[in-house]
Design a protein around this ligand. Structure first.
Ligand SMILES: NC(=O)c1ccc[n+]([C@@H]2O[C@H](COP(=O)([O-])OP(=O)(O)OC[C@H]3O[C@@H](n4cnc5c(N)ncnc54)[C@H](O)[C@@H]3O)[C@@H](O)[C@H]2O)c1
Length: 320
């Protein structure tokens, strides 16, 4: 491991990822094509650090030092110079990632690790051949500076040492890396979320309950219990005989394909895109977008602290 990391892409995810590495003491270069994106990214990084200071997780001197470790550049060549690890987080489009990987292949020494933050693409199939042993997916969750999970996914030719280094890096940064031995679209969490989203759309679109009551139901049951038991340990507490009964009786039938649910398509046509426009399925117009994100992030930090405490004391026996 060296001391310099390049984060390529400074949109929604790049600033949070750069914040994470800089806080751990790495020199980070954050690349984006345009100066305006880089300027916005610098403001987001500053506000991330401010939040940690306000919440008592960082002192001002450490926040200033971490901010000073991030350098902003509009040149890929400049960004990757001397970097041992590249966090690629450009837009989720195959042609864009393909072109970037071809450029990286031309300019990087062979032992540099390329880690993509893709949410769903099989980037292993578009990576130039000789880079495949040094490629992983390291998938963060938004907001990346707050949520601990990083799904670290192995490609068919990824070297074990590269997996180990990617995992060690994120452990060192206080994240919770989770290993996936091979690629599947959506990895773990977006597959869970995708299955749940289908049910949410089905229940709302067909008027089984209101959006308020749906959220109330899960926030007072599934979610708090899930923070403690997850989804697998939960099965042990329900009883595997109950699970077997349920599976045998086919008592649960998944919701049908939602097609083009009117409720969602109409909202988008009206311009009600959610928090970012002040209105989606709920109304947020009492706060600016920035205030809303700040409030969300403060509260998220509290629930992450609780989740971490639960992780440290699992109910089942562990090897340690
Ligand atoms: N947004 C999320 O919540 C989220 C969560 C986890 C992972 N991801 C993944 O992270 C990656 C980045 O997502 P994002 O939401 O931050 O993206 P984004 O659309 O906000 O932009 C990312 C960056 O890509 C750059 N970009 C756009 N077109 C480009 C081009 N033609 N050439 C070079 N750079 C270009 C932009 O300038 C920007 O710096 C994607 O792979 C996405 O799947 C996103």
């Amino acid at each position: 491991m060296g001391n310099k990391i390049a984060v390529l892409g400074a949109g929604t995810m790049g600033p949070g990822i750069a914040t994470t590495y800089a806080l751990q003491g790495y020199e980070v270069s954050l690349y984006s094509r345009s100066q305006s994106t880089l300027e916005r990214a610098a403001r987001v990084v500053a506000s991330n650090m401010e939040l940690f200071v306000e919440e008592g997780q960082l002192d001002i001197a450490a926040a200033d030092a971490a901010k000073g470790r991030i350098r902003y550049t509009d040149s890929v060549e400049d960004a990757v110079e001397d970097a041992w690890y590249i966090a690629e987080t450009v837009v989720e489009k195959i042609p864009v990632k393909t072109e970037l990987y071809a450029l990286l292949d031309r300019i990087l020494p062979e032992n540099v690790i390329i880690a993509s933050n893709t949410s769903s693409l099989n980037i292993f199939s578009i990576m130039p051949e000789r880079r495949k042993s040094h490629t992983v997916i390291a998938h963060f969750f938004a907001p990346a500076h707050i949520l601990p999970l990083v799904e670290v996914v192995r490609g068919p030719e990824t070297a074990e040492d590269v997996m180990a280094q990617a995992i060690a890096l994120h452990q060192q940064c206080g994240k919770t890396p989770v290993r996936m031995e091979r690629y599947i679209p959506g990895f773990i969490v977006n597959r869970m979320q995708g299955a749940l989203t289908r049910e949410v759309v089905h229940l709302l679109e067909n008027g089984y309950c209101s959006p308020e009551d749906l959220d109330l139901a899960v926030k007072t049951s599934l979610m708090p219990r899930g923070m403690l038991l997850g989804l697998v340990e939960r099965m042990d507490f329900a009883g595997l005989d109950m699970m077997v009964n349920g599976l045998t009786n086919k008592s649960y039938q998944p919701a049908p394909d939602p097609g083009e649910p009117k409720m969602f398509f109409d909202a988008v046509a009206r311009g009600d895109l959610g928090a970012k426009t002040g209105k989606g399925l709920f109304d947020y117009s009492h706060l600016s977008y920035e205030e809303l994100l700040q409030q969300r992030d403060r509260m998220l930090m509290q629930s992450v602290a609780l989740a971490k405490a639960f992780m440290e004391h699992p109910l089942h026996k562990t090897e340690a």
